[in-house]
Write a protein that binds this ligand. Structure first.
Ligand code: AMP
Length: 415
């Protein structure tokens, strides 16, 4: 079912949201982006006249009740955002009474789902690889089903709007969907937008399609790079991960970040790009520092010849110029990961210039641009360009798994 086509009047909806918001030491919300992200879905349900039950995790209590991770701390924020006095159920696994008395237009928030180990469904207190593990895992899977069934019993419609956990097969994100028929389960509006943004680049990209992959490690993005090689025209590899590619080709990289064990994979990527006709563009020169610090001495050096005692920390002007030309000629752009240590002001120019180029290609050339994955999102925000790109994804891990080509369990359970 599509949420746009469903009238919630007379229905009780249980909605998986991502309210895993950061709190300060006094339990005050320091960034309510995630709460605001869920509002379109939540407000639709209430304005249709439906009864709204919200459920989420917060942090990693690993099956234990941890008061500092209680969702009771955010009730006032959710109430203010929704404009409705939100009720609270202290025990997510025993909320029948609160759920059944809920009327149309009213809202209820369940306590942190991960107070129950059943939510994640991982056996607790048994080591992987021990003889007891398999039996414990099977038992936990059954308990997970029971927990999901219990959550499902509170409502007659299930909505998943938690993109941040869509790559997890948890009780509330996937297993619960088994207890609703196709007409009574749906993606929320935020999830729909995220899925569409990913489809826009992975399935319906207009060419030339350019991916900019930066960040620290090849190991964490290798699957992403491999999947993209079959889709993109241009692949820009920058940031810390670039030095593994340079060293693998015989370059001298000084103290730059690299992963020796991934050098063969880096060479495979270079070879595969050639075979597939993908234009792979690495940095040509780097702004190197003599220590990993904002106040390091700086010099711009040939990336294949970084002096001993120095490490590459930002893309040079020439590298960014080359990349800018590619970006400005693209119709689809995917950006994940900074091209330098952008947290240090003195080494942030390259990443800032990439953010500007992506924004310019979007605004001036009508390119479709998707920015996603933790640090590149922080970067577009830092440079005030979030509303100048086509879409900024809210889910780091989920977005990465999607661009690896994996099916997200949270989406598959509904579709
Ligand atoms: P990731 O989470 O893999 O996207 O990596 C993001 C991190 O990579 C950021 O914290 C950057 O500071 C870091 N990074 C980017 N370029 C470099 C570099 N040349 N050397 C060290 N760290 C880098």
């Amino acid at each position: 079912m599509k949420i746009e086509n469903f009238n919630f009047a007379g229905h009780k909806a249980i909605v998986r949201v991502d309210f895993n918001v950061p709190l300060d030491a006094n339990g005050n919300v320091t960034d309510d982006t995630r709460i605001r992200g869920a509002l379109p879905t939540l407000k639709k349900i209430l304005s249709d006249g439906g009864a709204l039950i919200m459920m989420s995790h917060m942090g990693k209590p690993k099956g234990k009740v941890k008061p500092e991770l209680s969702l009771s701390q955010i009730v006032k924020n959710v109430s203010a955002a929704l404009g409705v006095e939100v009720k609270f159920a202290k025990d997510a696994g025993n909320a029948e009474a609160e759920a059944s008395s809920l009327k149309g237009g009213e809202a209820l928030l369940l306590e942190n789902l991960r107070y129950y180990a059943e939510e994640e469904g991982k056996p607790v207190g048994v080591e992987k690889g021990t003889p007891e593990y398999d039996a414990a895992k099977a038992e936990m899977k059954n308990r997970q089903k029971d927990f999901a069934k219990k959550l499902a019993s509170y409502a007659d419609v299930y909505v998943n709007d938690a993109f941040g956990t869509a790559h997890r097969k948890h009780a509330s994100t996937a297993v619960i969907a088994d207890y609703f028929d196709a007409d009574h389960k749906m993606l929320g509006l935020l999830m729909e937008k995220e899925v569409k943004a990913i489809d826009n680049v992975l399935k319906n990209a207009e060419h030339p399609f350019t991916a900019i992959i930066g960040g620290s490690k090849v190991s964490s993005k290798l699957a992403v790079i491999k999947n993209l090689l079959d889709k993109v025209d241009n692949l820009i590899i920058g940031g810390g991960m670039g030095y593994t590619f340079i060293k693998a080709q015989g370059g001298k990289i000084g103290n730059s970040l690299h992963e020796d064990d991934l050098m063969p994979e880096a060479l495979n990527v270079i070879k595969a790009a050639k075979e597939k006709g993908v234009n792979l563009s690495l940095s040509v020169a780097t702004v190197a520092g003599d220590k990993f610090s904002n106040d390091a001495n700086r010099q711009t050096v040939d990336i294949y010849n970084i002096p001993d005692g120095w490490e590459g920390m930002d893309a040079s002007e020439q590298s960014v110029e080359n990349w800018k030309k590619i970006i400005m000629s693209s119709k689809t752009i995917l950006w994940n990961g900074p091209v330098g240590v952008f947290e240090f002001e003195n080494f942030s120019r390259g990443t800032g210039d990439i953010a500007k180029a992506v924004a310019e290609a979007t605004q001036k050339n009508g390119a479709y641009s998707l920015v996603g994955g933790g640090d590149s999102v922080a970067a577009v925000n830092k440079f005030g360009l979030a509303d100048k790109v086509s879409y900024v994804s809210t889910g780091g891990g989920a977005m990465l798994e999607a661009i690896e080509g994996k099916i997200l369990p949270g989406v598959a359970a509904i579709e």
